[in-house]
Ligand binder design. Structure first.
Ligand SMILES: [Mg+2]
Length: 341
């Protein structure tokens, strides 16, 4: 059996029993956006790590070294955002092949450095070694959150309102444009490609949700809406219903889907790397938190509701209800075709 037969999440299920927890201060190990470790009665330490591999996650000629450095850090900061935390420190490890020049690496660090200034995080170290084939980037970020304000995937309750903090699918549409050059206007292409290459971690949104006392669970959408909502459902032992008519679809995405004569739903439901947040909001607090988000200048979009019926139900604009099988990005199953509906 190969990893591609069981996928990343099947692999995690298999190794989780072997990742024994001997530290009594650990509040959450494998299975959430960050590991959560109690470091005082008031404060939790958050730790997250991500691996980016040339030809699996990116091609060097897709973007500048600076943009890739910023993205590599941004995707880790997004996991801190998903837990409602404040990021603190960064560790960067690289396996560098002969085709990557020193100048490129300096620019990669420039990209990380600029983003670290923006979010006030410190790059503290890491490791560098040689790679015989591709560039491999591993970033680890630590952060903190107040005990009682740490958002996990496992806290959603039946009846909670499902919200997202931005547009869905733009990043995967941008990837489509990078992989297959299309004849599209510059404004459309730049908007979608920018979503793919330069995601902004929703740290402010995560902090606001964490402080609101209105949010029971959160996750960042890195694998795709269907997969990541599926993770919250699994961890919270719930089902969910989402409504096609409420899913936020950007004008550039609508335009591109129309231009290519395809259904944008494939990108919206299963596309990955949006790096927006999905959260479970207590229904009696929804009005309050919607006003709070508006006052703070960020989008909080209601897309559905958690319920106790297993599975994800998708209510089409026509009123028809279909089950959704989570089929977002899985590195080991990437030949899986989009669209299970
Ligand atoms: Mg995540």
């Amino acid at each position: 059996m190969k990893l591609k037969d069981i996928g990343e999440f099947g692999f995690i299920d298999r190794i989780e029993p072997l990742c024994k927890i001997h530290n009594p201060d650990v509040l959450r190990g494998i299975g959430d956006d960050c590991a959560v470790i109690g470091i005082s009665p008031e404060l939790n330490l958050l730790v997250t790590t991500d691996l980016l591999v040339e030809r699996v996650h990116f091609l060097l000629d897709w973007q500048s070294a600076q943009a890739l450095g910023a993205k590599a850090l941004a995707v880790n900061l997004s996991d801190i955002a998903a837990c409602g935390g404040t990021p603190k420190d960064v560790f960067v490890s690289l396996a560098v092949p002969d085709h990557v020049e020193i100048n490129w690496l300096e620019n990669f660090y420039k990209g990380m450095s600029d983003l670290s200034d923006r979010f006030k995080v410190s790059i503290l170290g890491g490791d560098t070694t040689r790679s015989l084939t591709d560039l491999i980037i591993n970033i680890t970020v630590t952060g903190v959150s107040k005990n009682g304000e740490t958002l996990l995937r496992s806290g959603a309750q039946s009846g909670d309102i499902i919200v997202v903090s931005g547009y869905l699918g733009d990043s995967s549409a941008g990837l489509e444009l990078l992989l297959n050059s299309r004849d599209v206007p510059e404004s459309i292409a730049s908007s979608l490609i920018n979503a793919q290459l330069s995601p902004t971690p929703h740290l402010r949104q995560g902090r606001s949700l964490a402080q609101s006392n209105a949010c029971n669970a959160a996750i960042d959408i890195s694998d795709g809406l269907s997969s990541d909502l599926g993770h919250v459902c699994k961890q919270s032992r719930l089902g969910a219903t989402i409504f096609e008519a409420r899913l936020p679809v950007s004008e550039p995405l609508k335009w591109l889907a129309g231009h290519l004569a395809i259904d944008p739903l494939e990108w919206v439901l299963n596309g990955g790397e949006d790096y927006i947040l999905l959260a479970a909001i207590k229904p009696d607090k929804f009005g309050e938190i919607r006003l709070r988000a508006a006052a703070e200048g960020w989008d909080l979009i209601e897309i559905g509701v958690f319920d106790s019926t297993p599975g994800i139900k998708f209510v089409k604009a026509s009123g028809e209800t279909l089950p959704i099988i989570p089929c977002g990005w899985d590195h080991f199953k990437s030949e899986m075709p989009f669209g299970q509906i």
